[in-house]
Design a protein around this ligand. Structure first.
Ligand code: DO4
Ligand code: MG
Length: 307
């Protein structure tokens, strides 16, 4: 079962439902996913286990990113050895900050995106026009309720500029948070359906000119921290009344000077959680449809490449 947000041709507003096989069953009376994250997990489980609304075939709806309302996306950095090594390599003058944070008690956490900027499965991600080396970062993201419980898991692509972060780690927000830098989806796998989140296979394939240009595999077994440890730092001095999505760090980094390019397609698969695919565009103009679609989710179709 995946908890999903979706658009139908008849409404400018998104619906929330449960995807099982090829059928989406609407969760009547649930106006947003954020409304689910306002519940304690025991109550949330009751609500999603017995959907009563209309059932629709998956090919009659458009899935939307599973992040809405006041739900924020945050991310963790340098939680896998491979990420530490990649940052040390790209950041000659400030390499030690990455070595220190990998071993430190306090993890690196950073703000990634408000809900409206998040793209979903099939929607474009972007590389910045002022960056030379850019990478997709395939990550397991946990969905945290207002009560700090892990309600589920999803796939996040923490698209990043290596040029900008490599120049100076203080540029991290510019390397990490811009229009087209955050993809999440296709839906949320409830936590009670993920028996061992520390044994999830993660794979990423990047297609270019009709072939595979880069591919790699890893596992959440290589994560240096625990998911609940990362969540506890997120909540130390903050509240998330609409819940939060916390992306838990990348376990795959294409070696420099490899860079993501407009026209590529990034496919990330996390076993038991989902598959997220996004074509790549360059620059802010190519992503401006996101702002237009804030009041009418049907306009999101304008941002998708023709099938
Ligand atoms: O310190 C930079 C961020 C690293 C990151 O995003 C990751 O490890 O996934
Ligand atoms: Mg990352």
């Amino acid at each position: 079962m995946l908890l999903v947000r979706f658009a139908t041709p008849s409404s400018p507003a998104a619906s929330v439902g449960v995807l099982d096989g090829d059928t989406v069953t609407t969760l009547d009376g649930v106006g947003s996913l954020a409304a689910l994250w306002r519940l304690p997990i025991a109550d949330l489980r009751v609500v999603v286990s017995a959907p009563t609304g209309p059932a629709l075939p998956i090919d009659r709806v458009t899935l939307l990113p599973p992040v809405d309302g006041g739900t924020e996306v945050w991310a963790c950095g340098v939680t896998y050895k491979v990420s530490e090594e990649a940052r040390v390599e790209e950041s000659e003058r400030a390499a030690s900050v990455y070595e220190l944070v990998y071993d430190a008690e306090r993890p690196e956490l950073f703000f990634k995106s408000v809900a409206w900027r998040v793209v979903g499965d099939g929607e474009p991600i972007a590389v910045r026009a002022d960056s030379r080396v850019d990478v997709p970062e395939p990550e397991v993201a946990v969905v945290v309720t207002a009560y700090g419980e892990i309600a589920g898991y999803t796939v996040c692509n923490d698209v990043s500029s290596r040029t900008i972060e490599g120049e100076n780690p203080l540029y991290l927000p510019q390397a990490k948070a811009y229009l087209g830098a955050c993809a999440v989806g296709p839906g949320i796998r409830p936590a009670w359906e993920v028996p061992d989140p520390y044994a999830l296979p993660v794979s990423m394939t990047i297609e270019r000119n009709g072939g595979v240009d880069w591919s790699g595999t890893a596992s959440t077994g290589q994560l240096r921290r625990r998911f609940d440890e990362l969540v506890s730092f997120l909540l130390r001095a903050d509240m998330f009344p609409d819940g939060a999505v916390l992306s838990t760090g990348t376990c795959l980094v294409p070696a420099a000077p490899w860079t993501l390019c407009a026209g590529d397609v990034v496919r990330i698969e996390i076993g038991g959680v989902g598959e997220l695919a996004n074509p790549v565009v360059e620059g802010v103009e190519a992503m401006s449809w996101l702002a237009d679609a804030r009041d009418d989710v049907r306009l999101r179709a304008a941002g998708r490449p023709a099938p």
